[in-house]
Design a protein around this ligand. Sequence first.
Ligand code: PMP
Length: 345
Amino acid sequence: MKPNTAVLQMDPYKPPSSGRDGFLRLDFNENTVGCSPRVVRALMRALNREMLTVYPEYESCRAEMAAAFGSSGDDILLTNGTDDALLLLMNTFVEPSHRIVVAEPCFAMYRFYASLMGAEVIGVHRGKRFEFPEDGVREELRRGARAVFIDNPNNPTGTVVTPEYIESLAREFPQTLVVVDEAYYDFYGKTALPLRHKYTNLVITRTFSKAQGLAGIRLGLIFASTETAAHLRKAHSPYNVNGLAVVAGLAALRDRQYPRRYAKAIVAARKYLERELRRLKIDYIPSAANFVLAQFGERAIEMRDALRSRGILVRDRSYEAPGWVRVTVGTMPQMKRLVRELERL
Ligand code: PMP
């Protein structure tokens, strides 16, 4: 069977996501110590045949999430991770031939899901030091675009745009959906969340995959105006978030100290790593997230492989930014181990 035209024309997306057991995993920006033990206990308590037998219920979970974020409840949706949120946004708002704007490099799934819709993806190049191309993006939106996707902080560079810039886009381009992906919010601390009630074209996504350490369970959130959220709810599959994710998400939400403490430790370790990179004369991009993009030059792939043979996984990004390798920031002892190996190599 021939797939549809959009799928025929797409490049496959294949992250190297197997055989990672036993390594120090600094390749996917996950939490490097694991989720809160309270989440595990909540899952163990909840796990029984009955809860696996019935379809998941979301209302009380959504209400508690909404209360925690100061929301009404009508303006928030649970999703099966950010990926599901992106697909839902595309399904709800994007049609074939619509123009979708991204600032590249960025999280690969924006291009992936937009291409799947048959949309035209406009990749505006970031600056020399990967700074956000504010004028270039504005220029493309002026030409007319259905949506712009901004990861803030950006993956893979850790650079950011200000809430003021985001607000200016939402204000100047009311016909364009402005999607702000705040997957790394906990490590940065600035958010566009309060703006969502002011601009019906502004949408914010969050995930439990990073600071909360729940990438394996798949849980994310969409925040939007009540009007936009109503459209999204209409297009959403009824049972896309599983019952265990609901239990884990609630337990994570109730244990606010855990991601806070983790993010604090990671920001301290990031400062340490950045200092050590300067000492080793390895160029890097100052980061607001739980990873740092470092320039390993022509040795990028060799370094990645050598680190792997020493038990450490990092992510080479040469395919989009030659010589640049993305390293997830873990705890201080983990970063000391990394620096020791970098020094040897
Ligand atoms: N957004 C960004 C910017 C990311 O880097 C990632 C993870 N690589 C995600 C979203 C994925 O989040 P989720 O696990 O919630 O699908």
